[in-house]
Design a protein around this ligand. Structure first.
Ligand SMILES: C[S@@+](CC[C@H](N)C(=O)[O-])C[C@H]1O[C@@H](n2cnc3c(N)ncnc32)[C@H](O)[C@@H]1O
Length: 248
């Protein structure tokens, strides 16, 4: 099993059991973020009018790691043609219900963005959107696969719009986690004998890759090295990024 699967699967099981509607409900009960007023909505509201796009109904959007679909439904509500994928079937089932309740059309499906790089490209998009998925894609190889999948699906002149967690100084050593400052990788402790790829032994305990929280500068460098042109990158604990395809 891929290192990123079990955690997300169990999170959506809990979301279903607790009657929650979105990922953030698991971590923030303050009501600061709701399904319709999700964490990166303000950024999307700010950035969308600044992008050079065709009319909304002619603008195709692909969101990966959509979860239960707050951003996808928001984009569809703005008139965009939206497709959205997530790794976890329970997330997609709930996403479909949330879209139906809002009367918006989103083509949701279950898919792993890391595997899409080697799939045949069936469509190209003016916007590829990531709302806090990238931090869960930890290894260099997998992040490279995500970037390749995005590049293969962006139309010339299209935008890769990312909201992601960044390195937060002081969040280094929470119980059950090991932070490798040289790579930005958080490892999560797992029971000995856990079957997953990339299991590593650290200080005599078993761990799997959990998150990649890198600085804004490191993220910029990574995106440029992957072949994107970074048009804007704002933020400290979370970063909001707009990229386009770099010149070949
Ligand atoms: C932090 S949650 C954010 C969910 C949603 N975008 C939101 O803002 O509520 C990250 C999401 O990425 C999904 N995910 C993680 N790895 C993935 C992968 N390789 N392919 C597709 N989705 C993935 C998880 O299942 C989860 O729904």
């Amino acid at each position: 099993m891929r290192y990123y699967h079990a955690e997300h699967e169990s999170a959506y099981r809990r979301i279903g059991e607790l009657g929650y509607t979105q990922w953030n409900d698991l971590f923030d009960q303050s009501g600061a973020w709701t399904y319709d007023y999700f964490q990166n909505r303000a950024f999307l509201e700010w950035v969308l009018p600044r992008l050079d796009l065709p009319p909304a109904d002619a603008t195709r959007v692909l969101e990966y790691g959509c979860g239960t679909g707050p951003a996808a439904c928001f984009m569809a509500g703005r008139g965009f043609q939206v497709e959205a994928i997530d790794l976890i079937p329970e997330a997609i089932t709930l996403a479909r219900r949330m879209a139906e309740e809002r009367g918006v059309r989103v083509a949701f499906r279950v898919a792993d963005i890391c595997a899409l790089a080697s799939d045949q490209v069936s469509g190209r998009y003016e916007i590829v959107l990531d709302s806090y998925c990238l931090q869960s894609i930890v290894t260099d190889e997998d992040r490279g696969a995500v970037f390749a999948a995005v590049q293969a699906r962006l139309k010339p002149g299209g935008y890769y719009v990312i909201s992601t967690a960044l390195r937060t100084p002081g969040r280094n050593n929470e119980p059950g986690f090991y932070y490798d400052a040289s790579t930005g990788i958080y490892y999560r402790e797992v029971p000995a004998g856990t079957v997953a790829d990339h299991v590593v032994e650290i200080d005599g305990r078993w761990h799997i890759p959990h998150r990649r929280h890198i600085s804004a500068d490191a993220l910029r460098d990574e995106l440029v090295a992957a072949g994107f042109q970074v048009m804007s990158l704002e933020g400290s604990e979370t970063g909001d990024v707009v990229c386009c395809l770099g010149t070949p």
